[in-house]
Ligand binder design. Structure first.
Ligand SMILES: *[C@@H]1O[C@H](CO)[C@@H](O)[C@H](O)[C@H]1NC(C)=O
Ligand SMILES: *[C@@H]1O[C@H](CO)[C@@H](O)[C@H](O)[C@H]1NC(C)=O
Ligand SMILES: *[C@@H]1O[C@H](CO)[C@@H](O)[C@H](O)[C@H]1NC(C)=O
Ligand SMILES: *[C@@H]1O[C@H](CO)[C@@H](O)[C@H](O)[C@H]1NC(C)=O
Ligand SMILES: *[C@@H]1O[C@H](CO)[C@@H](O)[C@H](O)[C@H]1NC(C)=O
Ligand SMILES: *[C@@H]1O[C@H](CO)[C@@H](O)[C@H](O)[C@H]1NC(C)=O
Ligand SMILES: *[C@@H]1O[C@H](CO)[C@@H](O)[C@H](O)[C@H]1NC(C)=O
Ligand SMILES: *[C@@H]1O[C@H](CO)[C@@H](O)[C@H](O)[C@H]1NC(C)=O
Length: 907
């Protein structure tokens, strides 16, 4: 009988802001409803039962208490979780009272509101648009010596070449559903199909207020889950790639309709069902703002991993927010969070064309990016180049020579002009048109783009761009004296072609968007990284068949596939062993600040965990470390000496040389000279100071089949400013005589989370009063008058401006409370809270496990207990418990008041 921490978010106008700039505008629809958190399904709750409980008996019990259940949502009868979700009738006060009664029931272990969660909107770089080209059915094939870069980057290609495919393993996905009719995803659903099992927790009726589940997880409208499924298990297709573990069987637990919105109850159910249906690995590319490993969903996911099934989850795409921001359930302790690195190539989906040399009947495909005007008819034309020099800066920049042939029956090839020069494509087009040109192909100056061209000129009928390497190939053929004939179909019948552009700037580095750890409790997140930026995979047929998407959503399934491959090679599914192997064999990446790579320092562990996963090394390593990372915690909890074990599974004794490689140290706050801590975002300020590590012995020999213990002693970087909470990190390295090179990432905080004020007054990283008028959270002047609708009236809220409390805590806050204090007489009872006579908490408070980016709350004149307050002058008082603080100790709270405001009601 505990009130679940998340009960806090029950009814309030509490919104977790997703960026340091909180959403501020309220439209009429939202404002006219009573104080309701926009991120919850008002009136809907999930309960977890204590023990084997029957929801029928529970509902009878509620009925006896006079609590009206409007409808049942879901019955959750799982081995690892027994509970139900339901929707209650009633107004704000009634709901609040009912939730308290439910929370107090002995049979209820915990209760929390049904929260809305949105699948990360895929950043769709390219999507195919031509499905007619797809073969009806591609025979299921396994293993191809492919050059698919995400596989090469992670050594998956080497395991596929050795014949491993994840065969026999079942991966359960919790996602948006999947287009299993896609030939590259097997073409069917059910026994014997690639997508063999699963469920649809949401159902297909998006207008229904309750999920209407069915057993068909088909998705033809969102695409996210189809992309994810292809990353794991796509079969060899016309674009010549496969998933990383094309031999596995997939399960899909669909948790959303076409709107992309889901709820914590559906996602939770997806995890539990995937576990119960015998998944060997569970992968989920969704999450909710959190940062806490003690978050309820994170704890259930962690429970599954502890029960023996590896759980891989995307930590989110909030890299721009900087340190301390993994989402839930990636934040779960035993969960493996997959950070993202950028693909070394940028797959670009363009139109397919062909060419032939010297009238040969043999043709070769190449990619063209149709410009404007695009090709309306099919053309077959000899190629004619403006110059034979692929480094020319001035193709057709001047009038073409007199001996130029008539260009009307040719496909003209020329190089893009240098940007910024006097010569533009318009100049070029004019000079070409003077010679009658109708069809023009530009090739780019570098292989990192394909020109997107536009031309207007009387004779011009169609233009297109091609990559520079294709241009160079054509020029070299022409220079040899060959004739080249190009064949380009009209835009509607031209097929899809994937051209891999170079990615010289970000390729191979950790994605800027990849969310950073650690968790609020200073657990290491993410665990490792895999390619997630610019990934080609399958897409629903009616959305184009193939697409290039980015995010940790794409990194996660690749890591799940790597777990499957390593499990297949080693014959173990032990989550901890697999995680430790994949972590210890990963390759730490250098620090890339978004623009520049710093080759002299590794990126922080809080950004990349152990680094880029190396599947082959993980599968074949003979050394198993007992840990996949070490957190030295903060200064209050610091233990200098730590131990871990090395298990040597090799047939011979192995000697390990222990070493240390430091990673970039970063401050949590910036030193702005002000007396408030200033929160920062990517990239957090860097600090010149590192931990020092020493080992009881720098060399250790572990006998064949033996296990030895290593003791490491860490001295934190004392020179740093502890007030600014520097996070130091690095890698313990182990180089062995059998040529293994392993890493064990560590991190710690030099400073005390408990000594860090959790809330501060002020606009810059603090707590302040603003209003719902506009988008910019500008602090309101003292004694601003707000004239609201009476909360119990039905009058229109059009034009009403509400007071809004913004709370940006310095770190994630274990408990936040916001109270209303009257400066004028109200006649209402008050209680003492932190030295103030409070009328009570604002709706939604106290809140617990608040993410670092804080909470905002609109005030509609109603308190959390449903009391409507009279007109008068008020202040908001925000109080918060410090991280690692004890709520029963006064000194562990920080208290901040806003300026006064005057509350009036429309008559
Ligand atoms: C497909 O990939 C294989 C292996 O890299 C390569 O040999 C082959 O040429 C590719 N085929 C096409 C059509 O790109
Ligand atoms: C979808 O749900 C709505 C609301 O419950 C209902 O009116 C409608 O008939 C349902 N549509 C279908 C196709 O079942
Ligand atoms: C290709 O065919 C064209 C016309 O059909 C002809 O003019 C040209 O000489 C041929 N080229 C070669 C290399 O055979
Ligand atoms: C171009 O050729 C394709 C067949 O290759 C045909 O389907 C299409 O109709 C043709 N387009 C035009 C505009 O004639
Ligand atoms: C390119 O053209 C120039 C004259 O414009 C000529 O001198 C040169 O030999 C040509 N190079 C090749 C490789 O054909
Ligand atoms: C371990 O090997 C790596 C790469 O081979 C090397 O950079 C590093 O210095 C070695 N560490 C020690 C302690 O010898
Ligand atoms: C550490 O940072 C705090 C906050 O900005 C600042 O007040 C203090 O002066 C700094 N201490 C040192 C020793 O620089
Ligand atoms: C706001 O009003 C209070 C009286 O209710 C007054 O004491 C205070 O000075 C006013 N503040 C400002 C900034 O006007």
């Amino acid at each position: 009988m505990r009130v679940h921490p998340a009960l806090a978010a029950l009814l309030g106008a509490l919104t977790y802001t997703t960026n340091a700039v909180a959403a501020a505008s309220v439209d009429d629809a939202e404002a006219s409803s009573a104080a309701v958190d926009e991120s919850i399904v008002k009136g809907s709750y999930i309960v977890e039962f204590d023990g084997d409980e029957d929801s029928g008996a529970f509902y009878q019990d509620l009925n006896a208490d006079g609590i009206e259940v409007e409808h049942h949502r879901m019955d959750m009868k799982y081995q690892l979780f027994k509970g139900a979700s339901f929707h209650l009738k009633g107004d704000v006060a009634e709901l609040e009272a009912a939730a308290s009664v439910i929370a107090a029931k002995p049979r209820v272990k915990s209760i929390w509101p049904v929260r809305k969660i949105y699948f990360p909107k895929p950043d769709v770089t390219h999507v195919g648009s031509n499905v007619s080209e797809l073969p009806q059915r591609v025979k299921r094939q396994e293993g191809n010596g492919n050059l698919f870069t995400p596989h090469v980057m992670t050594q998956v290609d080497k395991l596929l070449a050795e014949g491993y495919t994840g065969k026999g393993l079942r991966i359960g996905l919790v996602d948006t559903g999947v287009d299993y009719t896609h030939p590259a995803l097997g073409g069917c659903f059910g026994k014997g199909c690639l997508i063999e099992y699963g469920y649809d927790f949401n159902g297909d009726n998006d207008t229904s207020p309750v999920p209407i589940p069915d057993d068909d997880p088909y998705d033809g409208c969102i695409g996210h889950g189809t992309h994810v499924a292809g990353i794991i298990a796509a079969q060899l297709n016309e674009h010549n790639f496969t998933g990383a573990a094309p031999g596995v069987t997939l399960g899909m637990y669909k948790a959303t309709g076409c709107g992309g919105e889901t709820t914590n109850e559906m996602l939770l159910s997806g995890f539990l069902a995937a576990f119960e249906d015998g998944s060997d690995i569970i992968s989920c590319s969704a999450g909710d703002d959190s940062g806490w490993s003690s978050d309820p969903w994170a704890m259930v996911a962690s429970r599954i991993a502890e029960a023996g099934v590896p759980v891989i989850v995307a930590p989110g795409n909030s890299g721009n927010s900087g340190l301390w921001y993994p989402s839930t359930p990636a934040s779960g302790l035993a969960v493996t969070a997959a950070g993202s690195v950028e693909n070394v190539v940028l797959p670009s989906l363009v139109k397919a064309a062909t060419f032939s040399v010297n009238n040969s009947t043999q043709t070769e495909r190449f990619g063209v990016r149709f410009g404007s005007p695009s090709f309306q008819v099919n053309v077959t034309l000899p190629l004619w180049a403006v110059s034979n020099d692929t480094t020319s800066e001035t193709d057709a920049c001047d009038a073409l020579p007199n001996d130029t042939p008539d260009l009307s029956d040719k496909a003209v090839l020329l190089r893009m002009p240098t940007s910024g020069s006097d010569c533009t494509t318009a100049t070029q087009v004019k000079n070409l048109a003077d010679k009658g040109a109708r069809y023009v192909l530009w090739y780019s100056q570098t292989n990192s783009n394909i020109p997107d061209v536009y031309a207007s000129g009387e004779s011009i009928e169609a233009v297109a761009g091609i990559p520079s390497e294709q241009g160079a190939k054509f020029i070299s053929l022409l220079n040899e004296g060959s004739t080249v004939t190009v064949d380009i179909n009209d835009w509607s019948s031209a097929g899809l072609f994937i051209h891999n552009l170079d990615n010289p700037i970000t390729g191979g580095y950790t994605s800027r968007s990849s969310s950073w750890g650690p968790t609020q409790e200073i657990d290491v997140k993410p665990q490792v990284t895999t390619p997630g930026g610019d990934i080609l995979s399958t897409y629903p047929l009616n959305l184009g068949g193939y697409a290039v998407l980015s995010g940790t959503s794409m990194a996660t399934p690749l890591l799940a596939a790597i777990f499957a491959l390593v499990a297949e090679v080693r014959g173990t599914k032990d989550p901890q062993v697999l995680r430790s192997l994949i972590s210890s064999t990963a390759k730490p990446n250098v620090w890339f600040d978004g623009q520049t790579a710093h080759n002299d320092i590794l990126a922080p562990v809080a950004q990349q965990g152990a680094g880029l996963a190396q599947a082959w090394e993980a599968a074949h390593a003979t050394t198993i470390l007992s840990e996949s990372s070490i957190s030295f915690n903060d200064s209050d909890h610091f233990v200098a000496e730590r131990t871990f074990t090395i298990q040597n599974t090799a047939a011979e004794d192995v000697t390990y040389i222990l070493g240390h490689t430091k990673a970039l140290t970063m401050y949590t706050f910036s030193d702005n000279g002000a007396d408030v801590l200033s929160t920062t975002a990517f990239p957090n300020p860097t600090a010149d100071g590192w931990a020092e590590l020493s080992f009881a012995s720098d060399e250790i020999t572990v006998p064949a089949g033996g296990v030895s213990e290593v003791t490491v002693t860490l001295t934190p970087p004392q020179s740093l400013n502890a007030t600014l909470l520097p996070i130091y990190s690095g890698y313990i390295t182990l180089n062995s005589t059998n040529e293994e090179s392993l890493v064990l990432p560590y991190l710690g905080v030099f400073g005390s989370l408990h000594d860090t004020p959790i809330v501060q007054a002020g606009y810059d990283g603090g707590v302040f009063l603003t209003d719902t008028n506009g988008h910019f959270n500008i602090p309101s002047a003292a004694n601003t008058t707000f004239t609201l609708n009476r909360p119990d009236s039905n009058s229109s809220s059009a034009g009403v401006i509400y007071p809004k409390l913004i709370i940006w805590p310095t770190l994630g806050a274990p408990t936040l409370r916001a109270d209303l204090i009257a400066l004028t007489d109200t006649g209402l009872p008050t209680t003492n809270w932190k030295g103030y006579e409070t009328l009570g908490p604002l709706a939604g408070f106290p809140a617990t496990l608040v993410p670092r980016n804080g909470a905002s709350s609109w005030f509609y004149g109603v308190l959390d207990d449903g009391t409507i307050v009279p007109e008068g002058t008020y202040i908001f008082v925000t109080s918060g418990v410090r991280v690692f603080g004890d709520a029963s100790k006064e000194e562990d709270w920080d208290v901040v008041e806003t300026v006064p405001f005057v509350l009036k009601y429309k008559s």
